[in-house]
Design a protein around this ligand. Structure first.
Ligand code: HGY
Ligand code: MN
Ligand code: MN
Length: 424
């Protein structure tokens, strides 16, 4: 097949969307609030295990050789004409947040599979081998740190440290990997890809609001997560005068207000974002002053020096609040990744592929963390963003991209994989 003909190859959109729907049915739940079906496929849960087995079967049916590494990352290899060359890799994750949608992660995994299925349909063999993959626990919401599988494969997090992470019930990563049958025997990080490209929903409003078909992702902003255990004293809500209280709930509220003030102040850059996503007061009764609160803080900032300053100022504020309210605050950093810049040549290959397909595109920074940011430390890497309806909402069952939006992303992924695998 000529290069020109390859550039015009189109995926089978119906097959892609059918795979997204079928995987989306695993862990599906009816979300009362949004009145739509959402996805709850927490990392290493039985649902994640079922989703992994389905996708692994699809990999095998596409003629790929599947291997699982020691942290459960699952790779599927396709021969190239020159087997001695390092592969081009593409993938993402299939675990979800508890109130997720059908596209976050799944589009990148099933889109890479659709690329392989399309190459198979047309009898195309690439010069370099190809590897498609799904990585373990990208979301991080069950065991506390995100991009876990990719971070271990890239060498940022030691395997034993990952194994020892526990969820709220004290269940360890290693045991949960074993229980779903994905404690693989391949050493982590054994094969270095030639390049890595990932397609993902944008998870934000920019592309849809500015009427772009695609985003060429320039990098990922910095991420800093901390878990707070705030300890005061439970006491009677009626009988305890205000000046005798050590109210852990008040401390959490003051910290939550402070992180929002920090964002609004502009002192840490115009793009800083902060979220207190977990706020668990104990005992959680209407007439008992909370004696203990478990809370989390998620900070995002594209500028590493501003992020460091925000972290240090928040540490100082936590100490002030502890002394003012008579509580103790145990603050543990659970995730920390610097801002990452993606490889310019891979970005340019994505832009060229999108332009060749007549797709309106722009460079865009990723607001969310992604597996690609870990692979960027191992090989040239970048991402393709697909717009979403409902203002691009994500980490919500209302997450929704149209068949055309998904096809635009995966057709571009097909072109980029061909250019990376057949190029120099
Ligand atoms: O939190 C994140 O940015 C990603 O969705 N794990
Ligand atoms: Mn994701
Ligand atoms: Mn996510």
């Amino acid at each position: 097949m000529t290069t020109d003909a390859r550039a015009k190859l189109e995926i089978n959109t119906d097959r892609l969307m059918a795979s997204i729907e079928e995987l989306g049915a695993i862990g599906a739940y009816h979300d009362e609030g949004a009145d739509v079906m959402g996805v709850r496929r927490l990392a290493l849960s039985p649902e994640d295990g079922n989703g992994r087995r389905l996708v692994k079967r699809w990999f095998e049916e596409a003629g790929l050789r599947v291997r699982v590494d020691a942290i459960g990352n699952t790779y599927a290899d396709r021969d190239g004409l020159d087997g001695g060359l390092a592969p081009v890799m593409s993938g993402s994750h299939i675990d979800s947040v508890p109130t997720g949608g059908r596209f976050d992660g799944a589009l990148g995994v099933l889109g890479a599979l659709e690329v392989v299925r399309t190459l198979n349909d047309h009898g195309v063999t690439t010069r370099r081998p190809l590897t498609i993959a799904f990585f373990t626990d990208e979301e991080g919401c069950r065991f506390g740190t995100d991009m876990l599988g990719s971070a271990v494969a890239a060498g940022r997090i030691p395997l034993e440290q990952a194994y020892a992470l526990t969820d709220e019930g004290g269940r360890r990563v290693r045991d949960e990997l074993e229980s779903i049958g994905f404690l693989g025997d391949e050493p982590v990080g054994r094969r270095r890809p030639h390049a890595y490209v990932e397609c993902h929903v944008e998870q934000g409003p920019t592309l849809i609001h500015e009427a772009y078909d695609l985003g060429v992702v320039t990098g990922v902003q910095g991420i800093s997560w901390r878990r707070l255990t705030i300890t005061g004293a439970s006491a009677h809500a009626g009988a305890t005068p205000m000046k005798f209280r050590r109210d852990a709930g008040l401390a959490a509220a003051r910290i939550n207000c402070r992180i929002h003030e920090m964002c609004a102040s502009g002192e840490y850059g115009a793009e800083m974002r902060a979220t207190m996503g977990v706020i668990h007061p104990e005992p959680g009764m209407v007439n008992v002053i909370p004696g203990r609160v478990i809370a989390t803080v998620d900070l995002r900032n594209p500028d590493d020096s501003m992020m460091r300053r925000a972290e240090s100022d928040l540490d100082a504020f936590q100490r002030e609040i502890a002394s003012e309210l008579g509580v103790t605050i145990d603050s543990v950093q659970t995730a920390r990744t610097p801002a990452v810049v993606f490889n310019l040549a891979v970005q340019d290959a994505i832009e060229a592929a999108a332009n060749a397909r007549g797709l309106r595109n722009r460079r865009i920074l990723a607001g969310a963390g992604h597996d690609a940011q870990e692979w960027a430390s191992v090989c040239p890497a970048a991402m393709i963003f697909v717009p979403g309806l409902n203002d691009g909402i994500s980490h919500s069952p209302r997450e929704l991209s149209t068949p055309k939006q998904c096809a635009d992303g995966i057709n571009t992924l097909l072109s980029v994989i061909l250019s990376l695998s057949d190029g120099a």
